[in-house]
Structures are given as C-alpha cells and as structure tokens.
Design a protein around this ligand. Structure first.
Ligand code: C5P
Length: 302
C-alpha cells in the first residue's frame, strides 16, 4: 500500500515597503527611543512571505537567499513566529520563506515588513482569529515600524512610531526610489541628529502635509516632504545630496531621504513622469538602482 501524502499547508502574503512622507523627531526619551510624529506610506515594492507547516517537532526554519538577511533567530520574522506560537499555544513547526523585493537596510522597513508578514500569515495558517488591530498592537513588540507594516496604507505614527491613527487622504501617489548600494545604521543616524540638534521640540507633522494628503495635491505634497533624519543622513553620507539634486533637476515634485536612509525617494506626477525621472537618475549614475512605485498599498494574501 502506498503511503498517503499530506500536502503541508502554507500561507503567502505580499508585504509592501514603507516610506515616511513626514518624519519629525523629538527629544530622546529615557528608554533611548525618540518621540516621533510621522506619516507612514506603504508603496508597491514588495517582499513575499510564505509560511509553511513542517513536521511536528522540527521547529522553525527560515530561508531568504539575499545577502545581509539573517536566516536564524536574529531575523525579526523568526522571532515573530516564536512569539506568535507562544501566544497561541502552538508548536512553532514552520518554514518561513522570504523573497525580497524591498531594498535591504535602506530605510524602507524591509525587516519589519517580513516580521509583520509572518504575524499575518501565521494568524491565517493557524486560524488564530486575531483582528488586524490586535496584530498591529502585537507588532510593537518587534520594532517601531512593525505596527505600520501590519496595517499598510497611509497612517500617522506617534510615540516611537508605533501608535497609529489613519490619515484621511485621497488619490494615488507615484514615486521613484533610488537605492544607494550601501547601508546607514538607524541608531547611528538618530545619534547624529542628537549631536547636530541637542534641543529638540515636540515633534509635529506640518499642517501642509496633512492638507496636501486630504486634497490629494501632489505638487503641494512634493514641496512639503519633510524628514528630520535627512540632515544627519547627509552628514554621514554626503553623496546622497547629489542623488537628491539629480532627481529634482530631472523634474521631481519633491525629494527626500527615506526614513534613516540611505534610500532616496522622489514624488512625481504620474507613471510617465516616473519613467522620465527614473531614466534621468539612472543616467546620472548617482544611485545603485532606481525603481518606480505607487502608494498607498496594503498587505495582501496571495
Ligand atoms: O524600533 P526599531 O527597532 O526600528 O528601532 C531601531 C533603532 O532606531 C532604535 O534602537 C533606536 O536607536 C532608533 N530609534 C529611535 N527612536 C525611534 C525609533 C527608532 O531612536 N522612535
């Protein structure tokens, strides 16, 4: 008699990258984090997370195959699986596959997206019944960007970035994204900011940003893009200034270092305009890679 083969169940989820349309940083807190007021925006560069059942007792394994992404318990996705199993009284016998489309260590929350994707996928695989809001809250245990990665769309983040409220907005925005081919360490960029600016005010997103988002006015939004981490990122990596300038010279509506960098993002009018700016940035040779994306988008089960 032939043995019955049971196909292991699996769940796949597509997780977007994030950019910060506004990132205002307040003083350092006692816990070392900084008080933030930020507008997160999810864009159409994706990692695909697949979570598959493994034989009982085999534990967690993880594969990615992209340089710089750990395939052990130091990966946030692995830690998310451990924790979610503990919370739901499951044995964490799963394999996590991460297919990277989000630039690594570029200030676009790729690691946080993989962590958020693992929570979403396990909730589905194990039919655990957590609401999206509960998973957003759980995400804060793993990092300041993880709650937003669970939610997607466009949202205001306060606290250390983990407290989210929706941003009422309209329209779709087109972006050109230039990666630098190197890394900037987030803690180092925050420390550099503290050194450049010892007395910080309470952070607040500019009213212009909120009103541009409400009305879907991309020209106004382009002029208002703001990031307090841009000055320290430029101080640590002065060549980024050439990237930002090259995009503006090519006609972008606005240019900004993404999060703590070194990825730079450019707001453009539409997809045609995105192609023009992309070609100009590639020709200028200032960036490692230049891609187009649109937002807002959300996590999606495949
Ligand atoms: O929360 P996350 O792990 O993404 O933070 C990475 C690092 O960035 C922190 O260890 C801290 O140095 C810095 N950070 C901060 N204030 C925040 C978020 C991050 O200082 N609100």
């Amino acid at each position: 008699m032939t043995a019955m083969h049971v196909v292991p169940r699996r769940v796949q989820v597509r997780m977007p990258a994030k950019i910060n349309i506004s990132l205002k940083v307040g003083p350092a807190r006692a816990d070392g984090f900084h008080e933030l007021a930020t507008v997160f925006h999810a864009v159409s560069l994706y990692d695909i997370i697949t979570v598959s059942e493994r034989p009982v007792g085999s534990g967690i394994s993880l594969s990615c195959g992209t340089k710089g992404v750990p395939e052990d318990a130091s990966n946030l996705a692995w830690r998310a699986a451990e924790r979610f199993a503990e919370l739901t009284s499951h044995k964490p016998d799963v394999h996590i596959t991460i297919a990277k489309g989000i630039p690594t260590a570029g200030g676009m929350a790729g690691g946080s997206a993989d962590c958020a994707g693992t929570l979403l996928a396990l909730n589905e695989l194990w039919q655990s019944g957590f609401t999206r809001e509960q998973l957003v809250e759980l995400g804060a245990e793993f990092g300041s960007d993880v709650p937003f990665c669970v939610a997607g769309g466009t949202a205001l983040g306060t606290g250390r970035g983990e407290m989210l409220s929706p941003v009422l907005g309209r329209g779709e925005y087109h972006w050109v994204i230039a990666t630098a081919g190197s890394e900037l360490s987030t803690p180092t960029v925050f420390r550099q900011l503290d050194a450049l600016r010892p007395h910080a005010a309470e952070p607040q997103v500019s009213e212009t940003i909120m009103s541009a988002l409400r009305t879907g006015d991309s020209r106004l939004l382009g002029r208002a893009l703001e990031n307090d981490l841009q000055a320290p990122a430029l101080a640590l990596k002065p060549t980024l200034k050439r990237t930002l300038d090259a995009g503006m010279e090519a006609g972008a509506l606005g240019a900004l270092v993404s999060g703590s960098g070194p990825t730079c993002v450019f707001l453009v009018r539409d997809n045609e305009h995105a192609i023009d700016v992309q070609v100009a940035l590639m020709a200028s040779g200032v960036a490692a890679d230049v891609v187009r994306a649109h937002g807002p988008v959300r996590p999606m089960f495949l």
